[in-house]
Design a binder for this molecule. Structure first.
Ligand SMILES: [Cu+2]
Length: 507
């Protein structure tokens, strides 16, 4: 949605004329550029086949244009919103001019509909259409390309599946989708990171295959105290952000021209936060407002109140906010380790909206597990000891730039085997100086331990493993297939940090 040359803050005044109930009744999209609440009572919607088109567009960012991808849904807006009971019954047409494959992040389809480029499920050639049909799970999800680095070129969009509760609730829904953006191509960005690597053979010769070698950078196994010292040291000089981005986008816009969403004075908002960035963690800063987190990665959690909320790459949070009677309230997303920020504005009808700067007064701290510790699933796994536990060492570094799981680099990996009916635990131990947002396809897992301390945490699909820390999640193996399990930092994934969770007998 190129906003060419428009520096002034623009508001869709139509929205200001409608109350939430009127909006809900009419089914009109209500939040600027993103797909929003749709009417509950569209007859026969559940059987309708929806059209999704992968294409390209020209995006204007801070006055300069760039050709990027997009994913346009049946209402002409990015992504797809489903009503309760709808199937994910979608024809995906590839008009992007290059082959692509779209992953329905966090959803639990049969594995051949997961949108990962396995040999059995190759990418969709340019010009072709591929059909999907599965029962979705309700909540805040998203979709993104799993082909090459198309995700960095904005081949991603919201995927919102409404629950019956969403339709009963008297609240305005607002989607806030975040991206990191560069005018460089993703290939240029990756080349900038790997330029000192000296090629794959040099990596092999230097012992890159050994996870602990990479963790220490010196080839020596560290003792516990040395590890702790290293962690303290790394806290001082750790590079939180691999890439120097040109901009950070909230609903495709920067703070010089933000998405202004008209709200009902004193009304209630459900903010659906999606971190669709490729290599950036954010702190969501609600400013003067206080929110109540009610879901993580689409799955309900017991309510947690907060004003500053960490959001790792690929994660989502649903936050209920009760607005004061009047005024304009910025919702900032502040880049970890930087002053840079982006955001949107919730503004009551008639409230004046002042210009915001794209830099906060101070650098944001690293995204951490402070919220994760407090989250508790509404529907946890049934109590049960794991039948199988896989331990996975996460390792890697900046020079050479390469990242591994158990010392292996995708695609030269040994699958983690699981069998239908098993309770599976995966313990991830981070032996590196960077945090890794780890995502398992095709399953919702529960976070069951942080740094060895058991918790009854959130059920979700992406969890951050901080530098030198460990996180364990558990899931029931109930979706046979081949499933990617990887770091969702695109540049970590592209340089090796991906493996497979595999059921036996899959062809
Ligand atoms: Cu990573």
């Amino acid at each position: 949605m190129g906003r060419d040359g428009q520096a002034a803050i623009q508001v869709n005044e139509n929205r200001a004329l409608q109350t939430r109930r009127q909006i809900l009744a009419s089914g009109v999209a209500i939040a600027g550029t993103m797909p929003m609440m749709r009417a509950a009572a569209v007859p026969e919607r559940g059987t309708e086949k929806l059209r999704l088109v992968a294409g390209t567009r020209v995006l204007s960012v801070n006055g300069r244009t760039s050709r990027v991808f997009n994913l346009i849904g049946p209402n002409g807006k990015p992504g797809i919103t489903l009503a309760p009971g709808d199937r994910f019954h979608v024809d995906l047409t590839n008009q992007a001019g290059t082959s692509t494959i779209i992953h329905w992040h966090g959803q639990l389809p049969p594995w051949k509909q997961d949108g990962f480029p396995w040999p059995q499920t190759p990418p969709i050639p340019a010009g072709d259409t591929h059909s999907y049909d599965y029962a979705p799970i309700a909540g805040t999800y998203w979709m993104h390309s799993h082909q090459g680095m198309q995700e960095q070129s904005l081949m991603s969009a919201p995927l919102i599946v409404h629950s019956a509760e969403d339709l009963r609730a008297d609240r305005q829904e607002v989607v806030l989708m975040l991206h990191d953006f560069s005018f460089k191509t993703p290939e240029e960005l990756l080349a900038g990171l790997t330029k000192s690597n000296g090629g794959p053979s040099a990596m092999a010769k230097s012992g890159m295959g050994s996870a602990m070698n990479m963790a220490s950078g010196e080839g020596a196994m560290k003792t516990g105290s040395a590890m702790a010292a290293m962690k303290m040291e790394s806290d001082m000089k750790m590079n939180l952000n691999d890439i120097d981005y040109d901009a950070f986008l909230a609903n495709d816009r920067t703070l010089t021209d933000p998405d202004v969403i008209r709200t009902e004075p004193g009304g209630r908002v459900l903010l659906r936060l999606i971190n669709g960035a490729c290599s950036t963690g954010f702190w969501i800063d609600l400013g003067e407002l206080t929110g109540t987190v009610i879901a993580a990665d689409g799955h309900p959690v017991r309510p947690v109140r907060g004003t500053r909320l960490p959001l790792a790459i690929a994660q989502r949070l649903d936050v209920v906010i009760d607005l004061p009677r009047n005024g304009a309230y910025p919702i900032f997303a502040h880049v970890e380790g930087k002053r840079a920020r982006t955001g949107i504005i919730l503004a009551a009808s008639g409230a004046s909206v002042s210009r915001l700067t794209a830099e906060a007064a101070e650098n944001a701290p690293p995204v951490d597990l402070s919220l994760e510790h407090r989250l508790e699933a509404v529907a946890p796994l049934a109590p049960r000891a794991p039948d199988v536990t896989h331990r996975v060492i996460l390792a890697g570094g900046m020079s050479p730039y390469a990242w591994s799981m158990n010392g292996q680099f995708w695609p030269e990996i040994t699958p983690l085997m699981v069998a239908s009916g098993q309770r599976v635990a995966i313990e991830m131990v981070n032996a590196s100086m960077m945090a890794h947002p780890m995502h398992l396809h095709g399953h919702a897992f529960q976070v069951v331990a942080i740094n060895g301390t058991p918790i009854a945490g959130a059920v979700r699909d992406t969890v951050l493993v901080p530098p030198m820390g460990s996180v364990t999640f558990a899931f029931d193996a109930n979706n046979p297939g081949r499933w990617a399990f990887h770091c969702h930092n695109l540049y970590h994934m592209m340089t090796g940090m991906m493996t497979e969770v595999r059921y036996p007998g899959i062809v």
